[in-house]
Write a protein that binds this ligand. Sequence first.
Ligand SMILES: Cc1ncc(COP(=O)(O)O)c(C=O)c1O
Length: 396
Amino acid sequence: MTGKSAQVRLEKLGAYPFERLKKLFSAFTPNPALDHIDAGAGEPRLPLPEFVQDTLLANISGFSKYPATRGNATLLQAIADWLKRRYGLLNIDPSTQVLTANGTREALFTIAHALVNPDADTKPYVMMPNPMYQIYYGAAVTAGAEPYLLPCVAAHDFAPVLDDVSAETWENTAFVYVCSPSNPTGWIAGRDYYARLLELADQYDFYIVADECYSEIYWQDKPLGLLEVAQSLGRNDFNRCLVMNSLSKRSALPGLRSGFIAGDASLIARFAKLRSYTGPGTPMPLQHVAAKAWSDEVHVQSHLQVYRSSLKAFFDIWGRGSIPSGSFFVWLPVENDEAFAIASYEQQAITLLPGSYLGAEDNDGSNAGSGFVRLALVDGVEKAAELAVRLKKVRV
Ligand SMILES: Cc1ncc(COP(=O)(O)O)c(C=O)c1O
């Protein structure tokens, strides 16, 4: 890089998908005869869990204090207890192996800056699925790494393909992002996938960062977690592993901005050091709400039923394809994703996301997200059914 400005790195980043969508739609008008259905953003729109208001009010005086950056002891313990219950972990120390963050987005971004050496002789790779949650790409680029795209295609059940990566590339990899369950494809990492990645991580000396924020939204089998697989392989210290999760999807509390990062204590310490400079703590009253949310599964189960019923309602009417293994997204094949998004908006007042906006261009100019649109079924069962009815009428 030449010059002293970060402009060069920032120019490598395109506009964020929702900015692109706004621009795309600015020249079109949604059908005025219909209510708008927003299936674009992955923002759960379910009722607030009951405990939120009472817990917030009971702890409201906490707004007069600076919050602890690492997270208060009650919240850290609640997260560690949840990890033990959910994944059968024998041991996870809340004081060294868990840290809170203001949602996973922040943690997913910051971690690249803790794991990549921007001064390395050869620019390190950060691997990520393609298509992907765009934060991975932005984090890799701004941290001074080269994004390395692992294509996720139907022929491989949308698993990010590892086998085509050369030894030289692995040698130069700082870390790998895994998204399981995946936004946008719904793929879930199995035991063998994580085990293979761990083997490669040992062989080539890199780290694994698993974004598991859709872990509680699944069609049949509860998704495995990276820490659980690590433990089953005898890695009780979770060496090289970090996982991230939040209350945004599980508890339908995206506005709470509360999540965590957990795993390898030495990596957590690195992250904590960086975050003591960059990250504000989550406000104390919100940390109390978060501790409650990690300790209650009743509201999570009731959300899960809504997501499952919504997916079923959609596919019963749509009549093609199959329900994704995980997440509340439908990754729908179409001929031309931008044209389909525009037609859906104009003809049926539906907002959805062109898949190419979630992909990045590979070296050959192809984009693994092209030819798909992403629908977020976050508005309940009736809207999901209505969405399928209206989409069937879209003509490009
Ligand atoms: C795959 C994925 N990871 C992380 C996030 C960030 O969620 P939050 O910061 O609310 O935890 C999202 C949000 O849409 C997501 O889809």
